[in-house]
Design a protein around this ligand. Structure first.
Ligand code: SF4
Length: 205
C-alpha cells in the first residue's frame, strides 16, 4: 500500500513526503491570505481571484469559458461569480458583435482599484522567497515548473501558459537548455515563464 505523506512516522523519514507536506502548508497560507482579503472587501476568494485575473490578462482570456477552464470550475459557477461582480459594479460586460451570447469582461474603475489592492495578497509569501540565494531561487523555480507541468499533463490542472506547454518551446541537452522559437533565442532557467502572454498551446494540452 502507498504511504501517505501525511503519516508522520513515514513523513519524518522521507524527504519527498516532507516536501508534499510543506507545499500543503503553503497552499494553506494562500487560502488564509485570500480569506483575509475577502473579509476586508466583502468578496469571496474566487471573486477576488477572478478580479486579479481580469486585471492582468488580455480580452481573449476575459471570457466565461476561459475563466471556467482557468479556475477548474463549471461555466455556470463562473457565470454566477460574474453576475455577482456585476451587481457589485466591479465588472462590466462587452457583448461581441458576431455572437451576442458571448461577452468580454472588463473591470470598472472600482473593480480595478480593488484588484490592484488585493493582487498584493501574497506579499508575505514573497518575503522569504526574496531572501533565497539566486541559485536557490533558480532551483526552486525549475522544480515548481516541473511539478506544475506534471500536474497539467495528468489532467489535474487545466490551462497552463508556461514554456513547457508552449509550441514555441524547444528543449535541448536533456532539458538542460531552453529555446523560444517565437523570439528566436535561448532562455535561461530564470527566463522560463509560468504565465506568458504569447503562449501558444501544444496539441497535448
Ligand atoms: S512564447 Fe512565451 S511561453 Fe512560449 S516558449 Fe516563448 S517565452 Fe515560453
Amino acid at each position: 500500500m502507498n504511504k501517505s505523506p501525511f503519516d508522520l512516522k513515514y513523513q519524518n523519514k522521507n524527504i519527498e513526503a516532507k516536501i508534499i507536506a510543506s507545499l500543503e502548508r503553503i497552499a494553506q497560507a494562500f487560502r488564509v491570505l485570500l480569506w483575509n482579503e475577502s473579509k476586508e472587501f466583502s468578496l469571496t476568494p474566487i471573486q477576488i481571484q477572478v478580479l486579479i485575473f481580469l486585471l492582468h490578462h488580455s480580452d481573449q482570456k476575459r471570457k466565461v469559458s476561459y475563466l471556467a477552464e482557468e479556475f477548474n470550475m463549471t461555466k455556470a459557477t463562473i457565470s454566477e461569480t460574474i453576475k455577482t461582480l456585476e451587481q457589485k459594479k466591479l465588472i462590466k460586460k462587452e457583448y461581441e458583435q458576431h455572437d451576442t451570447r458571448s461577452y468580454i469582461i472588463h473591470l470598472t474603475s472600482k473593480g480595478k482599484e480593488i484588484a490592484d489592492k488585493t493582487s498584493l495578497f501574497a506579499e508575505e509569501i514573497l518575503t522569504p522567497v526574496e531572501k533565497l540565494l539566486p541559485s536557490e531561487k533558480e532551483n526552486l523555480l525549475l522544480s515548481l515548473l516541473n511539478i506544475i507541468h506534471h500536474l497539467n499533463q495528468s489532467g489535474i490542472i487545466t490551462i497552463q501558459r508556461m514554456c513547457f506547454t508552449c509550441s514555441y518551446y524547444q528543449s535541448q541537452n536533456n532539458g538542460q537548455e531552453h529555446f523560444c522559437s517565437l523570439v528566436n533565442q535561448k532562455l535561461a532557467d530564470t527566463e522560463l515563464r509560468i504565465d506568458c502572454p504569447e503562449h501558444k498551446p501544444t496539441s497535448i494540452e
